[in-house]
Design a protein around this ligand. Sequence first.
Ligand code: DAH
Length: 342
Amino acid sequence: MEQLLQRIQELKQEISGFEATDAAAAENFRIKYLGTKGVVKAMMGEMKNVPAEQRKEFGLVLNDFKQFAEARYESFAQRNGTQKAASAGIDLSLPGDAIPVGSRHPLSLVRNQVVSIFKRLGFAVAEGPEIEDDWHNFGAMNLPEDHPARDMQDTFYINQNPSWLLRTHTSSVQARVMEKQKPPIRVICPGRVYRNETVSARAHCFFHQVEGLYVDENVSFADLKQTLYFFVQEMFGKEVKVRFRPSYFPFTEPSAEMDISCLICGGDGCTVCKHTGWVEILGSGMVHPKVLDNFGIDSNKYTGFAFGMGVERITQLKYQVNDLRLYSQNDIRFLKQFTGAV
Ligand code: DAH
């Protein structure tokens, strides 16, 4: 054992002194020390000559020796690689090419934020198709046959089959959820919607909404207000003022629209708030009993509230975007401004 330890010590010195200035010399080193018939292997073969009680200690020394030889070989390989690069005219000390990092689209940022706020309140995400039928988009939502929203002027119908259309609102997802799920229901439905509008700074033929639906026993208008107050505070901060205005939607009764104080002018009056100091951000109300009945949900036992908000509008207020067309033009100068935003 003593002799073996002595021998390993000598071999280590020999390895330290070994220089490999090119790939061939490094390969010679590998064969001599690390190859299958190499020195390291041979030393391992000595294990059987070591008395049993000293084998553990010798094993540790051997391992260390092996790693020592391997590290030396690595250092040759690295140095030779660098030299090779240098002789080929490559400067390895130059900084690498930066890979430009993209960013989320502002509408995605805002949608994700809206969804995460409602998730904290226990809402689950639900989705539905963008190509819908008349029933889910209109009929089930209590929009009568002669309702102007069904008009060809507002709705894109599918040529091949006019009973299909591009959904005009995410309220259609309410219908999709209620036909599958029974109360308690608490869902948030983000998605794209389409309307036959002339594209301008203030209107677009497609945009995005987030729909909310909550159906259970004893759900009240107070729950609706409190939920939406919470949302506004989380989204825009505690200083923002909120007001409800009575309104009309076929699928809710009573119905209300919610305004927040204008974030662009701080309530002093500007073109975004049309000099009123208030901006509408969503429609809402208590789910109409007829809508519940359409899905076999007992409207004597259950009540619910619903709301639908425009993602573009909220993004406009949050990031001061003054032209709806910017969202879909893919202008890098616009999109770049959201790098780093989460
Ligand atoms: N669907 C309405 C729209 O597109 C928004 C809306 C209003 C949704 C009231 C609702 C609601 O769920 O209760 O303008």
